[in-house]
Design a protein around this ligand. Sequence first.
Ligand code: ASP
Ligand code: MG
Length: 404
Amino acid sequence: MKIIVLKFGGTSVGTVERIKKVAKIVTSYVKKKFKVIVVSSAMSGVTNDLINKSKKVSKEFSPAEYDVLVSCGEQMACALISGRLNHIGYKSRSWLGWQIPIITEGSYKSSRVSEIFKNKIMIYLKSGGIPVVTGFQGVNIENRVTTLERGGSDASAIMIAKFFNAVRCIIYTDVNGVYTTDPKLIKKAKKIEKISYEEMLEMSSLGAKVMQPASIQDARLNRINVEVKSSFNNRSGTLITKRKNIKNNKIISGISFTKNDSKITLVGIVDKPGIAASIFEPLSKNFINVDMVVQNISSNGKETDLTFTIKNENINKTEKLLKSNKKIKFKNILITKNVSKISIIGVGMITTPGVTYRMFKALAKKKINIQVISTSEIKISVLINKNLVNKAIKTLHQEFGLEK
Ligand code: ASP
Ligand code: MG
């Protein structure tokens, strides 16, 4: 049995007209002899609307009730899809998470799928039916409805593909696939044909909003081939797969960037064990996400400088926490708002020497000053002035031949 999972995102099911289009896409796979499992997100805007209602009812809305509430959008979309499939002559029905069941672990609002019982869906598939399954939701061992994180219907689709041993999981969305960089910013950005899980994980954690990062990690762990494509046209999309399946002569696969970052430097902090932990502990307790961290070597053995980045919106809170922290002493605190992190990503850099140098040289030629640098095995990130982001991306996009 050739099972394929088709997942539709919010805009793909955003209107009744779109839902009719979805039904057409689904039947095109049925005609190609696939056994199709459909997974749907809520119609766009519905989840946000439900969340807003919960906030109006109570600022401390119960997390368990929150999950019951916000999972409603998916139920609505699935019923509409099944109803349309019935209308055009196909056997189909909707399945809510608990009806399958899709078992989840972890806390409300951010559960993870741990098990999916296949039985009922398998019988239904064999009988020629098209199951339409709610994304984003499941049920925990206490038999209560749960939801995955925001954007979690991607993860639902991937886990369904895993448990049902699907030949492929297709994520239908409103963009044509994954691009070398944001096509809204750089006209020459190109759609990537194939990208590795690792690169995609970096790209999406760094701001390419095509798929939920956690779901890519699920795909990677379970070696699920994922195709991202548009439900608005017939073009081929991007395949996310293991490195072995990719023949690529490019060193860099993509460039991503963040906006709205701030840089903080603590000047003249005492250089002794435990100091970095003392600085970051209160930040972590207050859910302030620290990104790049650089500590200088201390020239006199006593004092050093420490620089790190956070989101702009956390600036005031962070400054207060640092200034009121009795465990640390520093001479001065420097804050630079409006910096951006530009990252080049590619498994090719593991085997190619000199990528760092090429990146720095290209930026230097355009007189773009680098404020902080950090690297991983398949990524080099630099922090620059936010106003230079476009220029920097254009420069690097060209330097590494991404427009070809
Ligand atoms: N409807 C949910 C959300 O808006 C899940 C999803 O779209 O994937 O977060
Ligand atoms: Mg989504």
